[in-house]
Design a binder for this molecule. Structure first.
Ligand code: PMP
Length: 350
């Protein structure tokens, strides 16, 4: 991307912003008495150092992520879930009532919600019948106020990965940010885009500890991008956006690579088994290929199947009212025992 310039799309008020700074973390000397942040010096009732504010830049957690992913700390932002990163991107680059973002439905709902909250227009270009990008329609829809395209790959709720060459086409031709949301990348047969950060200055890759890492409760999401974009994130984020407890526990969780890899393998094997078994059911019309830890299943009577499963205390996601997902249920891959219960319940349907 030769002529892409982050500053050209950054909102003026953000350019001139002086972020709230933590005096402690800016202090370069040696200190042992901390009377700078109005904390409770006597301690915490929890027998932990929770009376102190956490590291605003979460360096230890980022270093652990960097070791695993091979992306430098300077190219990493941590958010209170990747949802926070989505919100910050829109706030940084889209002027309310002036700029717009492009989303590619059916897709993850928070892009639209975050834009609506920030009073930013949302343009839509549906995925095609194979749930892939319609590049022609995208090119026609983008205008001079389009600042961000959100591409979810593997896509939620359809489960498929978006063709790499198509994302590369967007990156090479769009004069704004291309955000590739890889929340489900660990379950994918496709390679992550994090290796492309040096190639494309307009690329932001979102990942999260909420899925394969099994840490949804901690609320830790990751954005990988150029140093210039990471600086923008750091200007806007609340100073202590990842709490001390989440930082400590994320660091601990990130040591468990073997456990996580075992779960990923098991999930993908169970995904194959579920796809095979679901295909035998007469009321299942189509099972979409999945690179994620869920599958989209088109059925003859989604609502009634949903209710039948709910009667058996099994909750799946009804997507049957979503445009291009008519009749579909989105089913998360459970443990083998949970998947057996699902299959047993479906075998008893009608
Ligand atoms: N992106 C996608 C595609 C998702 O499905 C989700 C969660 N369902 C998120 C982002 C948000 O994840 P989190 O905020 O937990 O990191």
């Amino acid at each position: 991307m030769s002529n892409f310039n982050i500053q050209s799309i950054l909102r003026e008020n953000i350019k001139n912003l002086t972020p709230y700074s933590s005096a402690r973390h800016e202090f370069k000397g040696k200190a042992s008495v901390f009377l700078d942040a109005n904390e409770n010096a006597y301690g915490s009732p929890l027998d932990k150092n929770f009376n102190r504010y956490p590291d605003p830049l979460q360096i230890s957690v980022k270093e652990a992520i960097s070791k695993i992913k091979g992306v430098p700390v300077a190219n990493t932002f941590l958010g209170n879930g990747s949802d926070e990163a989505i919100d910050i991107l829109i706030r940084a680059f889209c002027n309310p009532q002036h700029d717009n973002i492009l989303i590619l439905p059916p897709t993850y709902g928070m892009y639209e919600v975050a834009a609506a909250i920030n009073d930013v227009e949302v343009k839509h270009v549906n995925l095609n019948s194979e749930y892939q990008l319609d590049l022609e329609a995208i090119a026609e829809t983008i205008d001079e106020h389009t600042r961000i395209i959100f591409v979810c790959s593997p896509n939620n709720p359809t489960g498929n990965s978006i063709y790499r060459e198509d994302i590369e086409t967007l990156l090479a031709n769009f004069n704004g940010l291309v955000v590739v949301d890889e929340a489900y990348i660990n379950y994918s047969r496709q390679k992550s885009f994090i290796q492309e950060l040096t190639e494309y200055g307009n690329l932001v890759v979102l990942q999260t500890l909420s899925k394969a890492w099994g840490l949804a409760g901690l609320r830790v999401g990751i954005a990988f991008a150029s140093e210039e974009i990471i600086e923008v994130f750091n200007k806007i984020k609340p100073p202590y956006n990842i709490n001390q407890s989440s930082q400590e526990l994320a660091l601990e969780g990130l040591q468990q690579v073997d456990m996580v890899n075992k779960w990923i393998l098991e999930t993908t094997l169970e995904r194959d088994r579920l796809i095979e078994k679901l295909a035998e059911l007469t009321f299942v019309e189509k099972i979409y290929p999945s690179d994620a830890n869920f599958i989209l299943v088109k059925t003859k009577d989604a609502i009634s199947i949903y209710n039948h499963l709910a009667d058996h205390e099994i909750i799946v996601r009804d997507r049957s009212k979503v445009s291009l997902c008519e009749g579909c249920l989105r089913i998360t891959i459970g443990t083998p025992a949970e998947n057996d219960l699902l299959l047993e319940s479906l075998n008893n349907y009608k």
